[in-house]
Structure formats: structure tokens, C-alpha cells
Design a protein around this ligand. Structure first.
Ligand SMILES: N[C@@H](CCC(=O)N[C@@H](CS)C(=O)NCC(=O)O)C(=O)O
Length: 198
């Protein structure tokens, strides 16, 4: 099974983390998104959306979208909650991650880390500050009451949100004002078979 990804992409890191924690063997195929390697005809045949992560299973079937990939590999393991409600709550947070968190926090990090914070992106970066902090505020409120996002234990909802939260500082977001998030980050990093990004 092959994972096509960029090691500094949080979306790709989610897949590396879940597969490592599930002790599921995989081959990592590096894709340089800055050289448009996810837009070659060969890559587009696997994922017409031209994005990493993309996984090619042993039978040749391809799967894209980081959170769908998390679900595929984790279903039936302790990383997906047991109850119907907790599974839906895991999905609730994973959709939140893709709609309210990643588009602000990950893209700010992309502008700074990948594009080198060019002046023409100043307005785009500024527009992400308020909604990015709002997303962190939503997480902080939840984590002030709960240790984990769904089902009372570590799950793929935590992996999905951890990926771009732990490196939010690279997008210009100050986590010092979010003590519950920082404590949760430490809890995630103490999970068995945790591997860092990179
Ligand atoms: N919703 C997708 C987002 C994937 C995505 O935006 N990937 C970025 C890297 S983090 C990418 O492939 N960018 C290259 C491009 O858009 O050309 C997911 O969760 O997998």
C-alpha cells in the first residue's frame, strides 16, 4: 500500500500518524506539491483533485481526502469510537476541522512556510486570523471540559485536529492563550506509537 504525500503537510501527516499507530505497513511516496507533482497526468489518474494525501491500496484502488483515509484505516479499531453517537461526534469534529480550522490555520501556515510570506498574500493572511482564532476557541471550550474530542478517548478526531493545531504557531497563531489545547497536545504526543511530523 502506498501513501503519496508531502511530509510537512498536516493532511498527509494524519495518514502517517494513524498508520504508524495502527502498525499498518505502508510505503511513503514523496510528492513535491511546490513542483506541481500532484498535477501530473499519472497523479491525476489516481486523484483527479490533484491533492495529497492520496493512498493507493494493494488492489490499485485509490483513496483521497485525509479524513476519509483516517476513517478507512481506523474503522473497527479503538481509534474509531464504539457508540453510534460518538462516531457521529468524531465526524462532527472532522468536518469542523475541514471547514473551520484547516482553511484558516493550515492555509496561513502554507502562506508563511511554503510561500515565504510574500507581500501579495498579506490580505489573505490577515483574513484568516479571526476565523483561525475562533476555531481554536471552539476547541479550547471543548477541551476545558473533555480530554478528547469524541467518545471519551483518543480517536481519529484527535488525529485530524492535532495535525494542524500542534504547528499552528508556524501559521502565526499563538497557542499560549489556549492552555487546554496545549495540555491536549501533550496528551496526544504521549499516545503509544506517536510519531512527529516530518
Ligand atoms: N481536503 C483535503 C485537502 C488536501 C490538500 O489541500 N492537500 C494539499 C497539501 S496539504 C495539496 O495537495 N496541495 C497541492 C495542490 O493543491 O496543488 C484533505 O484533507 O486531504
Amino acid at each position: 500500500m502506498k501513501v503519496f504525500g508531502d511530509v510537512w503537510s498536516g493532511n498527509c501527516y494524519k495518514v502517517k500518524l494513524v498508520l504508524t499507530q495502527l502498525k499498518c505497513p505502508f510505503e511513503w511516496v514523496p510528492v513535491d506539491i511546490m513542483k506541481a507533482e500532484s498535477h501530473t497526468p499519472e497523479f491525476l489518474a489516481m486523484n483527479p483533485n490533484g491533492r495529497v494525501p492520496t493512498v493507493r491500496l494493494d488492489d490499485g484502488t485509490c483513496l483521497a481526502e485525509s479524513n476519509a483515509i483516517l476513517w478507512y484505516f481506523a474503522e473497527g479499531t479503538p481509534l474509531v469510537p464504539d457508540s453510534k453517537l460518538a462516531r457521529a461526534q468524531a465526524l462532527q469534529w472532522m468536518f469542523f476541522e475541514q471547514y473551520s480550522h484547516e482553511p484558516n490555520i493550515a492555509t496561513s501556515r502554507y502562506i508563511i512556510r511554503y510561500l515565504g510570506n510574500p507581500p501579495e498574500k498579506k490580505a489573505a493572511l490577515a483574513a484568516r486570523v479571526e476565523p483561525g482564532y475562533a476555531a481554536l476557541g471552539v476547541m479550547e471550550s471543548h477541551l476545558a471540559k473533555e480530554n478528547w474530542f469524541a467518545g471519551g478517548k483518543y480517536s481519529i478526531a484527535d488525529i485530524a485536529l492535532y495535525a494542524y493545531t500542534h504547528c499552528a504557531g508556524e501559521g502565526g497563531f499563538d497557542l499560549t492563550r489556549f492552555p487546554a489545547i496545549r495540555a491536549w497536545i501533550a496528551r496526544v504526543e504521549s499516545q503509544p506509537f506517536y510519531v512527529p511530523m516530518g
